[in-house]
Design a binder for this molecule. Structure first.
Ligand code: 4AD
Ligand code: MG
Length: 477
């Protein structure tokens, strides 16, 4: 007989079926009832041990956290709370667990506590649900693009250029940090470093994806990206995963259409594939909401929120229109915002983004045509010479989930922008080549994967939707 996973067993149960399962003990009650979980589903399976026929020494080893292998008969349960249970015929202790020191006790632990135990937190119902949804979302993303004929490109992790021009990069070096080789000027001599130049972990695969789009038409990357920004918020990680499609012969409107269709399709997919995990997280979120004051509670439950996004059009609003709305808004007039919006050109803070999404439009919002001076060098200049063809998608409870743009395909305009913004043009020689040889109007965007998982699971801290979060002052595990 081979081991059957709980998710498969519970899908197609047959009464009196002989089964063999394995997993970890979540609880052991009354020397008789094991709640077993193998990580394949949110559901535990009750396994009933006959303590009269089982040795005392073995019973003592069945504790929360113990790994076991069980053979027995699947029957309809007589007890409340579950429809099926296994009458245990044979139980093998595969790995013992000391109940005194095992950190994951069968009680409510705070997420802060569990972050310190990130190697064990996935043994809880909440984290295993989140990680299963994360996995299904990842699959849905590849499926969406593959079905549309996009080619998956693995862009480099180590890079010599700063795609976003924000300078928030982690250096990659093999030089002796205590005694690096110096140039006559006293500066570190990176010519002696591994790559013969300064290199960093990538902040985005976009620039390399553009090169591939300019030959293969439609491509996407889905990989880790790294940002050394000191943002200690519930929305920022130093290492996060990003999905970046890039399309040749594509303008900003088509780019926005694709981004909207993409997000809706992945969320629709988890509604179909993960109903049990979503139900569980929906209830978890509802319980958490009850602990908040009435005015802070969100109006929709998790599933309701996801369905709302899937079924409704995103609102498309230009930056200029958004500034007008914000300038005339109550919190701006009453000086309730930390950053008061006074004039056109102001960068939007998350308080402004949230006002637009949660209070004004009450729907996801796509903001487009931002002032050139607050956006990256590669975005296409509009005829007004003031704004660029940028777009950000803002989500309720999340803020910015997507950042994208139509790219500047005109060599002379791009060169001018690079110069104005003081970007290192030498590093970008190959990027400029793409404008020299068969340049096309092209567009793309980046979706922060963890921000999507955050929205899809109703969790409130981005550290709780990635297995081992990297944040300022924290790279444990
Ligand atoms: O807006 P960003 O910086 O855009 C880019 O990197 C472009 N090169 C994308 C492109 O056009 N191909 O980042 C894109 C998205 C953000 O909207 C956000 O969802 C996520 O990446 N993101 C982060 N997620 C977690 N932690 C951080 N520190 C993040 N920084 C950005
Ligand atoms: Mg952005």
């Amino acid at each position: 007989m081979s081991i059957i996973r709980l998710v498969d067993l519970l899908k197609n149960p047959e009464n009196n079926q002989e089964v063999e399962v394995n997993g970890w003990v979540r609880t052991f009650r009354a020397n008789r009832f094991i709640a077993l979980n193998d990580g394949s589903t949110i559901e535990n399976l009750q396994c009933v041990v006959d303590f009269k026929k089982t040795e005392e020494s073995l019973l003592k080893k069945i504790n929360t956290g113990t790994a076991v292998k069980i053979k027995g008969k699947l029957v309809e349960s007589m007890g409340k709370g579950q429809s099926l249970e296994i009458i245990v015929e044979e139980i093998e202790i595969v790995g013992e667990s000391d109940p005194e020191t095992y950190p994951i006790q069968p009680k409510k632990h705070s997420f802060e506590f569990l972050r310190e135990k990130a190697h064990l937190r996935v043994r809880t119902a909440t984290f295993s649900s989140v990680m299963r949804i994360r996995s299904v979302l990842s699959f849905a993303i590849h499926q969406f693009f593959q079905n549309k004929g996009f080619i998956n490109v693995h862009t480099p992790i180590i890079t010599g250029s700063d795609a976003e021009g924000a300078g928030e990069m982690f250096r990659v070096s093999v030089l002796d940090a205590k005694k690096p080789p110096l140039e006559d000027s006293g500066e570190v001599n990176y010519k002696e470093d591994f790559f013969g130049k300064e290199t960093n972990l990538t902040v985005s695969g976009q620039l390399e994806a553009e090169a591939y789009a300019q030959a293969m038409g439609k491509v996407y990357t889905f990989g880790p990206t790294f940002r050394a920004e000191n943002s200690n918020t519930t929305r920022h990680l130093a290492e996060f995963w990003m999905i970046e499609p890039e399309m040749a012969f594509c303008d900003l409107n088509e780019n926005m259409d694709l981004a909207e269709e993409f997000i809706k399709s992945t969320l629709k997919y988890i509604l179909e594939k993960c109903p049990k995990d979503l139900e569980f997280l929906d209830k978890r979120q509802a319980d958490e909401e009850k602990t908040k004051p009435q005015s802070m509670r969100s109006e929709m439950g998790l599933m309701e929120k996801i369905k709302f996004v899937v079924e409704n059009d995103f609102k498309r609003v230009s930056y200029t229109e958004a500034i007008e709305i914000l300038r005339n808004s109550k919190p701006n007039k009453k000086k309730k915002f930390d950053y008061i919006i006074e004039e056109w050109g102001a960068d939007l803070q998350s308080e402004h983004e949230r006002f637009l999404v949660e209070k004004h439009f009450k729907a996801p919002v796509i903001l487009f045509d931002y002032p050139a001076k607050i956006k990256a060098f590669y975005m296409r200049m509009n005829d007004d010479q003031k704004t660029v063809r940028a777009m950000d998608i803002l989500f309720p409870g999340i803020g910015e989930i997507v950042g994208g743009s139509q790219r500047e395909e005109r060599l002379d305009v791009l060169e001018k922008r690079i110069q104005e913004l003081g970007v290192d043009a030498e590093e970008l020689w190959w990027y400029l080549d793409l404008r020299r040889f068969g340049s096309t109007p092209h567009s793309g965007f980046g979706l922060g994967f963890e921000r999507l998982v955050l929205f899809a699971t109703g969790m409130s801290n981005i550290r709780d939707v990635i297995p081992f979060p990297r944040t300022p002052q924290n790279a444990s595990f």
